[in-house]
Design a protein around this ligand. Structure first.
Ligand code: ADP
Ligand code: MG
Length: 686
């Protein structure tokens, strides 16, 4: 028999094809998905009050009788008020509804009603405006906590409420998937209690207990999925074991700088991995400017010295191009062939390059995700590096792995994230951290300035330019629209070059430009043929021009902390003092708080903690971006304690013998397989 949790919602009493189609818009197709459509909020109607005890500002439930016929008044076009008067045994109060003239028929004199809403001070004493109401004959006799659901067109709160009620009262079995010992150890309630409690909590305590269990479940399954992915990666046996060549150390000796000890430690960890036949799957986490590239270069060089190919993938063409240039400069003297593969190449050039890659003539290939597309065949790929990993999901990494015979994988990110979060987002990876900047770096001085101060800012830029430095101006992110962004960048660049910065060379860079043009501009900036580069956020990741010392960010309040930090990281890459000026125009406290944090610290880890705190994890550069399903109820910030408990227990009970554990708990195994399928479906491709 089919598990009733898996049953199609359409066949449940009272649903049918029409409502099922609407539910589908909420991603609800099965009974289980319906039950896991949790209330987004609750309406607590337990605070019942007598009219004589009402206090302005409180949200209350009162019971009483309508004592006058409702009166409708049209205030203006689109706004009508329906006013009724109700009383209980202690006094009377006005109740006002907006735009619901039909209530005149429902709330006639003498009707017994329950009203739930906020008490306000009106013209003639206290009143309750726009409350929820129910006629008492249909109202639940007990005041209670009512769930509020997200809904969709053609489907009312009440309908969802009723469906949930009906489901929960008819389902006989709630298939438990958590192992007994875990339930016991954590004193979790059972699944029935949890689901009933989350939808229709009788007490605050019930709700707490239910929520705890569901949050636990969500973290548990997510962490288990990641563990499973990690084990799968590890199991793919046949990576190529590479030798560590002395020439690499010679190369390091020959660099114009000495590696920091954090860089050396990271490189050791990488070298440790790639000597094995189990594929490396390592994340290098390091703040902007910490020198991740050179670490990757050493690893790639070692790979080539072993006679194999390496690849380095970046999220944008500008970055790919930059890596290409850097690699060529460093490795051409050693007679290593480096290639660049990007989407915008001419067909002919691409074909030629693909051929040379397939023959193994190109030893290191840099590129965008064009690299993981079909048609790219490597001769003998042994190491694949992806830069700025937060733009790539789990699946992209996987498709890179499938190129050639399971290459070792190295991913690099400049977005440091809090440790616990890292375990979730990168749960399938081993992590190295470069927690040290190269010596001699001056920390970037950051100031925020209101728009009124813009003239001063321009004067300051000129001073820096006159000293032979260069500047970035990142333009207002007006809307989430690339073309509008491009437009405003274009406008500012034009304005600059005709007025304030007439005697300087102004460049323009935005995502809508053809890549050839982008490349030209970027190269000109690097060669110091451009003094001020006006750009959109395309320069966000990884761009390296050490002579640029000023970063101006317009409308800084519109960026999150992590992004501001990334943008700021484009300066401070050389020996001279660099500056970041945040021009903002916001009076909101959060925006001010953000500016203050940016002024105070350049520590990426601290900034990311604050970012998480201020924005809330929902927005925190989406888990989804990493190819993981969105959390429904668990909150990475609020529930961090539960997350730690879950991770600890998985470590103690499960990690040692993962497969054995799953064999012993088939219900859990089944649940996990379903979850993994979901992860696979939700992974974004670009
Ligand atoms: P990121 O970690 O942000 O990718 P990069 O790899 O682009 O940083 O390095 C930033 C700059 O620091 C580059 O110009 C690079 O040559 C330089 N650099 C890297 N390592 C060191 C070091 N140990 N000492 C001095 N400069 C270094
Ligand atoms: Mg980088």
């Amino acid at each position: 028999m089919k598990d009733s949790f898996e049953e199609n919602i359409q066949f449940i009493k009272g649903v049918g094809p029409k409502k099922a189609a609407r539910l589908k818009r909420l991603n609800i197709e099965t009974v289980q998905e319906m039950l896991y459509h949790f209330p987004r909020d609750y309406d607590d109607r337990r605070n019942t009050k007598k009219v004589s005890h009402l206090v302005a500002g409180e949200k209350v439930t009162i019971y009483g009788r309508i004592i006058e016929e409702p009166q409708i008044s049209k205030i203006r076009k689109g706004l009508s008020l329906t006013k009724v008067k109700m009383r209980d045994d202690t006094g009377s109060v006005s109740v006002i509804f907006f735009n619901q003239p039909f209530l005149k028929k429902n709330l006639t004199m003498g009707t017994e009603v329950m009203v739930n809403g906020k008490v306000k001070v009106g013209y003639k004493g206290l009143e309750i405006t726009n409350p929820v109401y129910e006629r008492v004959e249909s109202a639940n006799s007990e005041a209670q906590v009512i769930p509020i659901y997200s809904t969709t067109e053609g489907l009312t709160q009440k309908e969802i409420y009723r469906m949930q009620k009906q489901l929960l009262s008819t389902i006989k079995e709630f298939p438990e998937f958590l192992p007994e010992e875990i339930i016991k150890k954590n004193r979790l309630c059972d699944l029935r209690f949890a689901l009933c409690g989350i939808h229709f909590p009788k007490t605050t305590q019930d709700l707490k207990v239910a929520k705890y269990r569901l949050v636990f479940d969500e973290f548990f399954l997510l962490n288990l999925s990641l563990l499973s992915i990690k084990k799968q990666f590890k199991k793919q046996k046949s990576s190529i074991a590479l030798h560590i060549k002395d020439d690499v150390y010679e190369f390091i000796q020959g660099l114009p700088f000495r590696l920091t000890s954090a860089q050396r430690k990271t490189l050791d960890e990488i070298f440790d991995d790639i000597q094995r036949t189990t594929p490396m799957n390592r994340l290098v986490q390091g703040d902007v400017g910490s020198g991740k590239t050179i670490v990757a270069v050493c690893a790639l060089l070692n790979c080539v010295l072993n006679g194999y190919q390496g690849a380095m993938m970046a999220p944008t063409e500008i970055l790919a191009e930059q890596h290409y240039e850097a690699l060529k400069e460093l490795l051409s003297p050693l007679n290593i062939e480096v290639g660049l593969l990007v989407g915008s190449m001419t067909k002919k050039n691409k074909e030629r390059l693909l051929e040379r890659i397939a023959k193994g003539e190109v030893q290191i290939v840099t590129g965008t995700h064009a690299l993981i597309q079909e048609g790219v065949v490597f001769h003998n790929l042994a190491l694949a590096v992806t830069d700025e990993q937060h733009r790539f999901g789990v699946r992209q990494r996987a498709s890179l792995m499938n190129k050639g015979a399971n290459p070792h994988i190295l991913v690099m990110t400049a977005t440091p994230i809090p440790r616990t979060l890292a375990l979730i987002v990168y749960g399938d990876l081993d992590i190295s951290t470069i927690d040290e900047l190269p010596p001699g770096r001056k920390s970037i001085k950051t100031f925020s300035a209101s728009k009124k101060k813009r003239e001063d800012v321009y004067t300051f830029i000129k001073k820096e330019l006159d000293n032979g430095r260069q500047a970035y101006v990142v333009c207002p992110l007006v809307e989430e629209s690339e073309s509008i962004e491009a437009e405003s960048a274009t406008e500012i660049a034009t304005l600059f070059s005709h007025t304030i910065f007439k005697s300087y060379r102004v460049g323009l860079l935005h995502g809508k430009m053809p890549s050839k043009e982008k490349e030209t501009v970027m190269n000109a900036f690097k060669r110091k043929e451009i003094d001020i580069l006006v750009s959109t956020t395309v320069i966000e990741v990884g761009v390296n021009v050490p002579n640029a010392t000023v970063m101006i960010i317009e409308n800084a309040e519109r960026f999150g902390l992590a992004q501001l930090h990334q943008l700021r990281g484009r300066v401070g890459r050389g020996d001279s003092q660099s500056y970041c000026i945040l021009i903002h125009n916001s009076k909101s406290d959060i925006a001010k708080e953000r500016m203050k944090i940016m002024e105070k610290t350049t520590d990426g880890f601290l900034i990311s903690e604050k970012d998480l705190e201020l924005r809330g994890p929902g927005e925190f550069f989406g888990i989804r971006q990493h190819g993981l399903p969105e959390l429904k109820i668990a909150n990475l910030f609020k529930h961090i304690k539960i997350l730690k408990i879950v991770q600890q227990q998985i470590k103690e009970l499960i990690e040692v013998d993962f497969e054995g554990f799953l064999k012993e708990h088939p219900a859990l195994e089944k649940k996990l397989i379903n979850q993994l399928r979901k992860i696979d479906d939700e992974i974004p491709y670009s």
